[in-house]
Design a protein around this ligand. Structure first.
Ligand code: TRP
Length: 337
C-alpha cells in the first residue's frame, strides 16, 4: 500500500461560518475527506482564535458553530481526523521547540505583523509595536507546529496564508538541517475559487466587512439577508449583466452548469432584481434545508459534538505523542537512564 497523502487545514474559531467560507473552504475540504487516497486532518484552531479575539463567549460559540457546521455537512470522520487544536498539547510543545530555531528576522517579515506596524506608523504612533501581542508575532510559529506535527504534505489555504506555509517550510528545513530529517516540507494549495463570493455590499464576503450571509441562517433570516444584497438600478425588462452580479455569483456557486446557463438567459431577458432575489432565496433554501436541520439538532446537543472532537483528538494524539517524543529526543531532551 502506498502512503496516503496528508492534507491538513485549520479553521480559526472566531466567527460564524458563512456562504463564502462554505464555497471556498468547507465544501472542497469535505469533498476531499471522501477520497480514500487522502488522509485529511481538519482542526479547530482555537489557540489561534485568542490572537484576534479576547471575548471568551465568542470563542466558545464559534467553536460550537464551526464544529456543528462541518459535522452537519457530512464530514467523513471515519477517514478525516477532526479535532480541536487545544486538545493536542503536543502542538504547544512543538511551537516552543520551533521558536528556538526560528530567526526573529523571519517573523519580522510576516504580513500580519507588518500590517500592524504600518498602521501604527501611519497613525503617527511613536511605538511601532503598539498593540502587537507576542501571540500575533508568534502566530506563524504556532501555525508551523500545527502543520509539521502531522507531517502534512498539502495545506489548503486562502491566498493570505501562503506566506505562512512558506515560513513553515523554512522553519522545518532549519530544524532538519540542525537535528536531522524529521519534518516533511508542506505545500500550500490555493483554490482559485476561494475569493469569488461577494457579500451584501458587493465587496468580498468577509467577517471583517460585516457583509456576510451565515451558511445556516434561519429561513427567515436568509430571506431577509438576500433581499438586502446590493444591486444596480436597472429596471425590470432591461438586460442585465450576470458577471460581476453578487446574486448571480452566489447562485452559480451552488448551481449546475445547466442551471447557471438558464439564469444567464433570464438576465439577458431583463429579469427584475426582486424576482431574482426571490429565486435565489428559494434555491439556496432548498439546497441548505436538510443540512441546516442537522446543524440545528447538533447545536442543541453539544455533548455529541464534544464526543466527536474527543474521538478525533485521540486519533490525532496517537500520532502526535510518539512523534513529539522522537522530536524531543532529537534535540537532547530525553530520559537520562
Ligand atoms: N491561520 C489560518 C487562517 O487564519 C488558520 C490556521 C491555523 C491554519 N493553523 C493552520 C490553516 C494550519 C492551515 C494550517 O486561515
Amino acid at each position: 500500500m502506498t502512503k496516503k497523502s496528508v492534507v491538513l487545514t485549520g479553521i480559526t474559531t472566531t466567527g460564524t461560518p458563512h456562504l463564502g467560507n462554505y464555497v471556498g473552504a468547507i465544501r472542497p475540504a469535505i469533498e476531499a475527506s471522501m477520497d480514500q487516497h487522502v488522509q485529511p486532518f481538519y482542526f479547530l484552531a482555537d489557540y489561534h482564535a485568542l490572537i484576534k479575539c479576547q471575548d471568551p463567549e465568542r470563542v466558545r460559540e464559534s467553536t460550537l458553530q464551526v464544529a456543528a457546521t462541518w459535522l452537519a455537512l457530512g464530514l467523513d470522520t471515519a477517514n478525516a481526523v477532526f479535532y480541536r487544536q487545544s486538545d493536542i498539547p503536543e502542538i504547544g510543545e512543538l511551537a516552543w521547540i520551533l521558536s528556538c530555531v526560528t530567526a526573529k528576522g523571519l517573523m519580522n517579515r510576516a504580513h500580519a505583523y507588518k500590517a500592524a506596524v504600518q498602521a501604527n506608523q501611519e497613525s503617527g504612533e511613536a511605538d511601532p509595536d503598539k498593540g502587537v501581542t507576542m501571540g500575533l508575532y508568534n502566530y506563524p510559529i504556532l501555525m508551523a507546529a500545527d502543520i509539521l506535527l502531522f507531517r502534512a504534505n498539502r495545506v489548503p489555504v486562502g491566498r493570505d496564508q501562503i506566506q505562512h506555509i512558506e515560513m513553515a517550510r523554512d522553519v522545518a528545513a532549519r530544524f532538519n538541517h540542525i537535528y536531522g530529517e524529521h519534518f516533511v516540507l508542506p505545500e500550500a494549495q490555493v483554490s482559485e475559487e476561494s475569493a469569488l463570493l461577494c457579500g451584501l455590499d458587493g465587496r468580498k464576503m468577509s467577517k471583517s466587512y460585516d457583509n456576510i450571509i451565515p451558511l445556516f441562517a434561519t429561513e427567515k433570516a436568509l430571506r431577509k439577508l438576500i433581499m438586502k444584497i446590493k444591486t444596480n438600478s436597472l429596471l425590470p425588462g432591461e438586460p442585465k449583466d450576470p458577471d460581476g452580479c453578487t446574486l448571480f455569483g452566489i447562485f452559480r456557486a451552488f448551481a449546475t452548469a445547466d442551471e447557471s446557463a438558464a439564469v444567464r438567459k433570464r438576465y439577458e431577458e431583463g429579469i427584475a432584481w426582486g424576482e431574482m432575489k426571490t429565486f435565489l432565496f428559494e434555491y439556496l433554501n432548498r439546497h441548505l434545508e436538510a443540512s441546516r436541520e442537522r446543524y440545528e439538532a447538533l447545536i442543541e446537543t453539544p455533548g455529541k459534538i464534544e464526543q466527536a472532537l474527543q474521538d478525533g483528538a485521540e486519533k490525532a494524539r496517537a500520532q502526535a505523542r510518539p512523534f513529539m517524543q522522537a522530536l524531543r529526543a532529537s534535540v537532547g531532551i530525553r530520559p537520562l537512564a
